[in-house]
Design a binder for this molecule. Structure first.
Ligand code: FES
Length: 179
């Protein structure tokens, strides 16, 4: 398996290093007073949070850290598909999908109309964005960048769009492809 938790840590550390190089001080991993509404999943939140904390811990005393979306992480099969059921049962639900041969997870979310997907990595400094059902936008908690569901920047400081993906419903599975 080319990318796993080690890849996740490398990406977080890359973002941390970039923050250090640019002087950012945003240690914004999810906290009790800054939760991600509708995202908490008991089976995965703790693991994802710990991964984020690992990045923080490695950087402690030296640099800040980047925000981590606590949505469940799902491994896609060799065809890039994941089960339709499970974590995406209602509008607002979201997951992080690890695609074969793609370094960074793809965020997949459900809306009343269907499903959406985009790279989870904020193009500003590498934090993980999350889907906000109330606004229908992809938001980065680190510095407030906001993207539409096609990945287009609605609000900076990010200047570049998120890489968009398409979600194809195939029976009981969702195929995720670059848009
Ligand atoms: S990392 Fe700065 S806005 Fe996302």
């Amino acid at each position: 398996m080319p990318f796993g938790v080690g890849g996740e840590k490398r990406r977080i550390l890359r973002a941390v290093a970039e923050n250090f190089a640019t002087g950012a001080d945003n240690c914004l991993a999810p906290t009790a007073d800054r939760p991600y509404p509708d995202l908490m999943d008991a089976s995965s939140t703790r693991r994802e949070f710990l991964i984020g904390c690992a990045g923080c811990a490695l950087a402690a005393g030296v640099v800040g850290c980047s925000a981590v979306n606590p949505a469940p992480l799902v491994e896609a099969d060799a065809q890039g598909s994941v089960p339709r059921a499970g974590h995406l049962q209602k509008p607002g639900d979201q997951i992080k999908v690890r695609l074969p041969d793609v370094a960074d997870p793809v965020l997949v979310w459900r809306t009343p109309q269907g499903f959406g997907a985009a790279s989870i990595v904020c193009t500003h400094r590498g934090s993980e964005v999350h889907f906000t059902p109330e606004s229908g936008t992809l938001d980065c908690p680190s510095h407030g960048s906001q993207f539409d569901q096609g990945g287009k920047v609605l609000q900076g400081p990010a200047k570049k769009p998120l890489k968009p993906y398409q979600v194809i419903v195939d029976g009981e599975r969702l195929k995720i492809r670059p848009a």
